[in-house]
Design a protein around this ligand. Structure first.
Ligand code: GLU
Length: 203
C-alpha cells in the first residue's frame, strides 16, 4: 500500500510533505517522491528507496513552494526505479500527478494517447493520467478541473489522485474512487478533518 500527501497553504510545503510521507511509511513502499510549484515551475525529486533518502537530493531543502504533492509508491506496474516513481508529469510538463491504486484500462488509454503522439517515460499505469488530462485540455474547451473530471471518467480501477499544475498554481485537485482520502483544514492551530472523501471529486 502506498500513500499520497498534499499541502497547500502559506507555509513551505516541503517539510510538511516529508513529515506526511514519514507518517505513511508504516504502510510499506518501495519509492518516494515530492513535487512543489514555485515561480510557475514544477520541481520534482523522486527515487526508489526510503523517504529519508529524498533529503540527499541537493537543493531539495531549498524548495520554497507553498503548494505540493508527495507519494510513497508500492509498484504495481513497472519496477521500482526513479523513472517509475511518482509524481509523474504530462508531456507539456505543466500537469503533475501522484496516484495511489491501479488503472486497469491503462493499456487502452496509453495506446490511444500514443496514437495521438504522446510519449511515455515510465512503465507505470499512472502516467496515462497527466497525459489524458493534457489531452482534454488541448482538445476540449475546458478548465483544468473539467479536464481532470473527464480524465477520471475514463479511468477504470481504483485510485486516489492529486493533481497540481502551473495552469492553476494555487489549487490541488483531488479525486478518488475506491481508495480512501482524508482532507484536513487547520483552524486556530488545530487540524480538523473536513472531508473523508467517498467516491468523489474535490477542488
Ligand atoms: N499503480 C501505480 C504504480 O505502479 C501506483 C502504485 C501505488 O499505489 O503505489 O506506480
Amino acid at each position: 500500500m502506498c500513500g499520497i500527501v498534499g499541502y497547500i497553504g502559506n507555509k513551505k510545503a516541503f517539510p510538511i510533505l516529508i513529515d506526511g510521507l514519514l507518517r505513511l511509511e508504516y504502510r510499506g513502499y518501495d519509492s518516494a517522491g515530492i513535487s512543489t510549484i514555485e515561480n510557475n515551475n514544477i520541481s520534482i525529486f523522486k527515487d526508489k528507496g526510503r523517504v529519508a533518502n529524498l533529503n540527499n537530493f541537493e537543493n531539495i531543502k531549498n524548495l520554497q513552494g507553498t503548494i505540493g504533492i508527495a507519494h510513497t509508491r508500492w509498484a504495481t506496474h513497472g519496477k521500482p526505479c526513479r523513472e517509475n516513481s511518482h509524481p509523474h508529469l504530462d508531456n507539456t510538463e505543466k500537469i503533475c500527478v501522484v496516484h495511489n491504486g491501479i488503472i486497469e484500462n491503462y493499456h487502452k488509454l496509453k495506446s490511444f494517447l500514443e496514437e495521438k503522439g504522446y510519449k511515455f517515460l515510465s512503465e507505470t499505469d499512472t502516467e496515462v493520467i497527466p497525459n489524458l488530462i493534457s489531452y482534454y485540455l488541448d482538445n476540449k474547451d475546458c478548465t483544468l478541473l473539467e479536464a481532470v473530471y473527464m480524465a477520471c471518467k475514463n479511468l477504470q480501477g481504483s485510485y486516489g489522485i492529486e493533481v497540481i499544475s502551473t495552469l492553476n498554481p494555487d489549487k490541488i485537485i483531488v479525486a478518488k474512487k475506491d481508495s480512501p482520502v482524508v482532507i484536513g483544514k487547520r483552524y486556530r492551530r488545530k487540524l480538523y478533518c473536513i472531508r473523508y472523501a467517498c467516491n468523489t471529486f474535490l477542488y
